[in-house]
Design a protein around this ligand. Sequence first.
Ligand SMILES: Nc1ncnc2c1ncn2[C@@H]1O[C@H](COP(=O)(O)OP(=O)(O)OP(=O)(O)O)[C@@H](O)[C@H]1O
Length: 580
Amino acid sequence: MTFPIKKFLSYYKPYKGIFLTVLGCALFVSCLQLVFPLLVRYITNDVLESDLATALTDVYWIGGIMLLLIVVQNIGNYFVDYKGHEIGARMESDMRSELFSHLQTLSFRFYDKEKTGQLMSRVTNDLLMLSELYHHAPEDYTRYLVRFIGAFVILFMINAPLTLAVFCFLPVLGVLSLFFNRMLNRAMTRNKERIADVNAQVEDSLAGIRVVKSFANEKLEVEKFNRENDRFLFSRKHTYRAEAYFYNSAEAFVQLITVTIVIFGSASILNQTFDLADLITFLLYIGFLIEPIQKLTHMSMQFQEGVTGFQRFMAIMNVKPDIENRSDAIPLSNVQGAIEFREVAFRYGDHLDDVFTDLSLTIVPGEYVAIVGPSGAGKTTLSSLIPRFYDVTAGSVSIDGHDVRDIELHSLRSAIGIVQQDVYLFAGSVMDNIRYGLPGASDDEVMDAAKKANAHSFIERLPHGYHSEIGQRGVRLSGGQKQRLSIARVFLKNPPILILDEATSSLDNESESIVKRSLDNLARGRTTLVIAHRLSTIRNAERIVVLTEEGLTEQGTHDALLSHNGAYASLYAHHFEYQV
Ligand SMILES: Nc1ncnc2c1ncn2[C@@H]1O[C@H](COP(=O)(O)OP(=O)(O)OP(=O)(O)O)[C@@H](O)[C@H]1O
């Protein structure tokens, strides 16, 4: 993947002013730092040669100047460190927010493929590395470059041959770092993938902790986790080995440079072509030359981590949502609730089998239609084409005569309410969860919806009524209670079209009958599509549609289908065979 430099730089834009100030400050402080060794050289070379009284005065003066320089430098460094980090953190926060917003736009097809834990890793870890690169790299490179060039010029003026001799080591170091850079880059990418796998494993195991415990499979989960954890450890070991090679080779070069100066400098002093002040200046400035080399490994790590983090960030940002508003999408208003599937073909992926090939079905406004059929026939898939969770492969789905692909997505989904067997409730209070159906609804409206969903009385019995916390995913509520909250949520939303997907199949008889009454209330006056396994619950449906692997094979009322003695009759017989 080529590096999208323009996009990378665009995140600096909102902070251009403060960023350039920080950079200017780093530059200024670096220049001040170059003055120090020159002052020491001046003392050893000139001041110490003069008479005692003048020398002492000069030393005090220079000491004062040095103190002032220290104060100015440290104030400057404080500003650079504080503001620099803040800019990095702000940019990281902007990117995190952009990434999260983008994730919200991606469709079911994307989430079918991606692991939640891995995505979480991108939103957190990868961006953390990026903030370091964003602010440290420009500051550090400026500091090191200024000091490096400054020290080179000063040393060159003092003793050109020795300075050039020191510089002969640098190309070798350059080649070395290029070689290790590639190695580190690969290792960093692998590290990121591995930690994302660890995250995914943690997410999966903890989200399913109730299943884990019910099967007493804690040990198995620990083994699965350790497998990923070990892979991460192995990958990090590789990185550290590469790093250690690089760091120590660079360190050896640094020491070689110091030894060269000491030997050549001392020999030159003996030959009287160099004096002690020159040697002291060289040794003081050598730090300015060595520092960037010593930091090269760290900077290169930081650079690689930031770059791979950005590439992984962009890999998601570049995923185009496959379900989007068309530029001329129309808002859906005054919905009557007519639904039409016309010659619909659908498959989940290019290499997967068709779920439907030529399916046509018309539902009139306000009709109550039940879809039944064997498991895997495509009942849920059919219902998910109405709110455009997936787009048809061929044919069309329309509402009130408008192809759903031409309807503005928000208005389309606002017109459809879905109640599922697997209720998802968010951490928060009962009130928050019902209000999710219509953010901005008043407390009275929420309570009214709860009453219609037969949820009000149980909510009032909770320790803090509507303000009771329900725990993550509603663990503190029973299945039937969760279901009624989800129905209240849809009451509040008040959509003209309703999809009930196996909404009561996991409940016991008593809960089922309460939930059933709530659902009947909800369905009144709305076009309703029920996906049912329990054939007993849909006996009164105005129309029952039978979906099998061959497509829609039969439709009619319960009695008509039974007397037809086809697929429905055999499903029904089968169903009751198991019920008895
Ligand atoms: N996200 C998905 N990606 C790929 N294939 C899928 C996906 N969801 C469902 N399928 C496949 O599509 C087919 C229809 O599944 P669907 O869930 O619609 O059936 P269903 O009739 O609702 O089944 P059930 O009654 O068991 O819930 C099945 O073969 C299933 O494996």
